[in-house]
Design a protein around this ligand. Structure first.
Ligand SMILES: [Zn+2]
Length: 299
């Protein structure tokens, strides 16, 4: 009886498409965070690109800061590898400076300066996307509006984020704990990375439901770090277990929810849903990240 029932159940489950959609994106190409001994930027990029291919992921955007390659020429092949793997490159400004410290004109100049690097990989850039460093979109509403107007006049669209668990926090402790061969600490990093990602699935979905009464197609912010590369297969499996299927970032951002504009200055920045909630003065949902423990681990 059960033997007959099980294949039928599997068939029924497989025919129901998962409800939530997610686009993964990577920031800070070609280099982010500290590296464990013996690991190069090229190793990190190859590992991520291999996982994306093996998992049949849709085109995955990498957001570039040209200055990183200028400061560390050995990391420059990362951009060529990303491009050759058929993954799109996009703009994260030249030097990753905080918009809070710049005028609108200076910020737009940092966007323009980065274009030369991007054009050297893709001469026929049709659609241009900008990811704000630190997810800071302007500390005053005047600056925010001036930058947006300048970006739209140049043909840019904003690569908004709606899912974020601050993945970057784990990369530096990973490099330290790996160097010390601290197995217990490495296990903690593994477990806390996945449990925090899972916690933020709940938090970010709840924000989406509070604002839009539904799941928007989410855009996940990640970084091109050594621990992110190591964890990517398990992270993809975690999202799949939680009912997500993967789409490209431009497909996600077609959703009308992404037309929402908080239209308010905010020095602290955040995801689109966080900024919209702050503009509406909604009480933040309870959430926790192990900032202190990660900062202190393996010192
Ligand atoms: Zn960044």
């Amino acid at each position: 009886m059960f033997r007959r029932l099980l294949p039928m159940l599997t068939l029924v489950c497989a025919s129901i498409a998962p409800a939530q959609k997610l686009a993964i994106t990577f920031d800070d190409l070609p280099s982010h965070g500290k590296l464990p001994p013996g690991v190069t930027r090229v190793d990190v990029a190859k590992s991520i690109l291999d996982t994306l291919k093996r998992e049949h992921m849709p085109p995955t955007f990498g957001f570039v800061n040209g200055f990183r390659g200028e400061n560390e020429p050995a990391s420059m092949p990362v951009l060529q590898l990303w491009h050759d793997a058929g993954q799109p490159l996009a703009n994260h400004t030249w030097a990753h400076k905080d918009i809070n410290d710049l005028s609108a004109e200076e910020f737009l100049a940092a966007v323009d300066q980065n274009e030369a690097t991007l054009k050297s990989f893709d001469r026929n850039r049709e659609r241009m996307w900008l990811r704000y460093p630190y997810l800071h979109e302007g500390d005053t509403v005047e600056k925010r509006r001036a930058v947006r107007a300048g970006l739209f006049a140049r043909g840019y669209r904003i690569a908004e984020v709606t899912m974020d668990f601050e993945d970057y926090l784990w990369n530096d402790p990973y490099a330290r704990c790996f160097a010390k061969h601290d197995e217990a600490a490495l296990q903690y990093l593994h477990d806390s990375y996945l449990s925090t990602a899972e916690q933020y699935i709940r938090v970010d979905r709840e924000m989406s439901h509070r604002l839009f009464q539904r799941d928007v197609p989410y855009v996940l912010l990640m970084h091109i770090g050594a621990f992110d590369a190591k964890m990517l297969p398990e992270l993809i499996a975690l999202y799949r277990r939680n009912g997500f299927r993967f789409i490209s970032m431009p497909d996600a951002l077609k959703d009308p929810a992404y037309k929402a504009d908080p239209d308010a200055g905010d020095a602290g920045g955040g995801t689109l849903t966080e900024l919209l909630e702050q503009a509406k003065q909604l009480k933040p949902l309870p959430n926790h990240k192990p900032y202190k423990k990660l900062a202190e681990l393996c010192r």
